[in-house]
Design a protein around this ligand. Structure first.
Ligand SMILES: Cc1cc2nc3c(=O)[nH]c(=O)nc-3n(C[C@H](O)[C@H](O)[C@H](O)COP(=O)(O)O)c2cc1C
Length: 183
């Protein structure tokens, strides 16, 4: 698949078929995550692949009832929970290397986009889910103190396509030489 087609064609999918994902396909998605860039190649991400239906149901209790991705969590054959190890990305000898502190969110963000684009190229749907009770999800999944849950995505074959929400024009976010006040 052409890269631009993948970038522009990927949509948030909130309706899934229950068809299982072949192990070899899941491995391709994880292989892509493996090659995501990260701060000093620290690779702080960790991934929990949730297949057990009871565990998926329990995990949905961490989402607000109003989250539009709620039902997709139990519809899709897999739920992928992207975690980050704290105090690694953006750190040198235990000290934060920049005023931004931990770059965990940045690195796991890249990893998630890599996952979503690769999944799309393999015919699979994803939707990044960030609006939930992270502490509750960490308890349910038994995530240790030095690790945090960042985002979740169901992973499965789409039952319905999503429509593309409108994007800003390039001219609305690209500046020349210095910051400009727009509109
Ligand atoms: C960090 C992040 C958190 C998100 N959280 C949710 C969420 O909790 N529930 C949901 O339904 N969609 C969520 N989304 C999906 C966005 O709504 C979606 O990406 C955006 O509207 C653009 O649509 P598209 O992905 O189809 O291009 C999230 C996306 C990102 C990047």
């Amino acid at each position: 698949m052409d890269l631009m087609d993948a970038i522009k064609g990927r949509r948030s999918i909130r309706k899934y078929k229950s068809d299982p994902i072949p192990e070899s396909t899941l491995q391709k998605v994880m292989e892509a995550v493996r090659w995501a860039p990260s701060w000093a190649n620290t690779q702080c991400w960790e991934v929990i692949v949730v297949k057990d239906q009871n565990m998926k149901s329990e995990l949905t209790t961490a989402l607000p009832k109003t989250n539009p991705a709620l039902s997709s969590m139990t519809e899709a054959p897999l739920v992928i929970v992207l975690c980050g190890k704290k105090g690694i990305s953006g750190f040198k000898k235990g000290e934060a290397a920049t005023a931004k502190g931990d770059w965990l969110m940045f690195d796991t963000g890249i990893a998630m986009q890599t996952l979503c684009i690769t999944a799309y190229s393999l015919g699979l749907g994803t939707v990044v889910v960030g609006s939930f009770d992270h502490k509750k999800a960490e308890e349910i999944l038994g995530v240790p103190q030095n690790v945090e849950v960042v985002a979740i995505t169901p992973l499965g074959y789409p039952a319905a396509e999503g429509s593309a929400p409108k994007r800003k024009e390039i001219s609305e976010f690209v500046f020349s030489d210095h910051y400009e006040k727009k509109g």
